[in-house]
Write a protein that binds this ligand. Structure first.
Ligand SMILES: [Zn+2]
Ligand SMILES: [Zn+2]
Length: 164
């Protein structure tokens, strides 16, 4: 990808790679997002892949927003800021963190040297990057054109009609 994407956050020594939607792991992540995300608008899922096998996955969200107003909205937080201020938005509910936890919950497996495929979002927050680096995740893959499709501020985004 030649176009320079301005991510809200990216560790200095890291980059993000892209795959097309025919990629089997990205396709799997899209199904998981559709079926398991608890977020009403931004449906996201991550799969962690090692030696061509899925060793863990996670879909974003919590049911907090069903009965409670988002504290980030109340406080007027900007995109990418204040996640820890809202129980529903807390980084522990992000797909990447949940996928890493899923791998770790399986006991024998570990995520060192594995890759993470993220569908439904166009960047990863600092908390998730910290968790991925600590877990030893090698490369992060997003769907081609994610910064258009899943970016609410881009005129051609597909947020709220991801599956239509
Ligand atoms: Zn919230
Ligand atoms: Zn995150």
């Amino acid at each position: 990808m030649s176009e320079k994407i301005e991510y809200p956050y990216l560790p200095e020594d890291r980059s993000i790679d892209y795959v097309y939607k025919g990629n089997i792991f990205m396709f799997f992540a899209s199904i998981l997002a559709r079926q398991h995300s608890l977020d009403k608008t931004i449906l996201v899922a991550a799969v962690i892949v090692k030696d061509y096998q899925v060793i863990g996955w996670g879909a974003n969200g919590s049911d907090y927003h069903t009965n409670n107003q988002c504290q980030r909205v109340v406080l007027g937080c900007k995109t990418g800021e204040g996640y820890e201020l809202c129980e529903g938005c807390h980084p522990k509910n992000h797909s990447e963190a949940k996928a890493i936890k899923d791998v770790q919950s399986r006991g024998l497996l570990d995520a060192r040297g594995a890759d993470l495929y993220l569908w439904g979002h166009w960047w990863c927050c600092k908390s998730c990057w910290d968790a991925m680096i600590e877990a030893g995740i090698r490369d992060v893959y997003l769907l081609d054109r994610s910064y258009i499709l899943f970016n609410k501020n881009h005129p051609d985004n597909i947020v709220e009609r991801q599956f239509k």
